[in-house]
Design a protein around this ligand. Sequence first.
Ligand SMILES: [Zn+2]
Ligand SMILES: [Zn+2]
Length: 72
Amino acid sequence: MLLMKPSCECCNRDLPPDSRDAMICSFECTFCADCVATRVHGKCPNCGGELVRRPIRPVEALRRFPAAPANV
Ligand SMILES: [Zn+2]
Ligand SMILES: [Zn+2]
């Protein structure tokens, strides 16, 4: 199950579980779409992996499987 980290590791912008701007690598390093496009250029700066859009988690699922708390 994805952790759904709450913010971009690059600019610290909030990325809520229903954000369509969150991008992750296979280790779930998490970045916003802006940073992926302009700062890390589609490649995870931590592990070199591919960054893809994180799927959103619907509200009903969040009730049962909450996202990672803020400031982890
Ligand atoms: Zn960012
Ligand atoms: Zn990574």
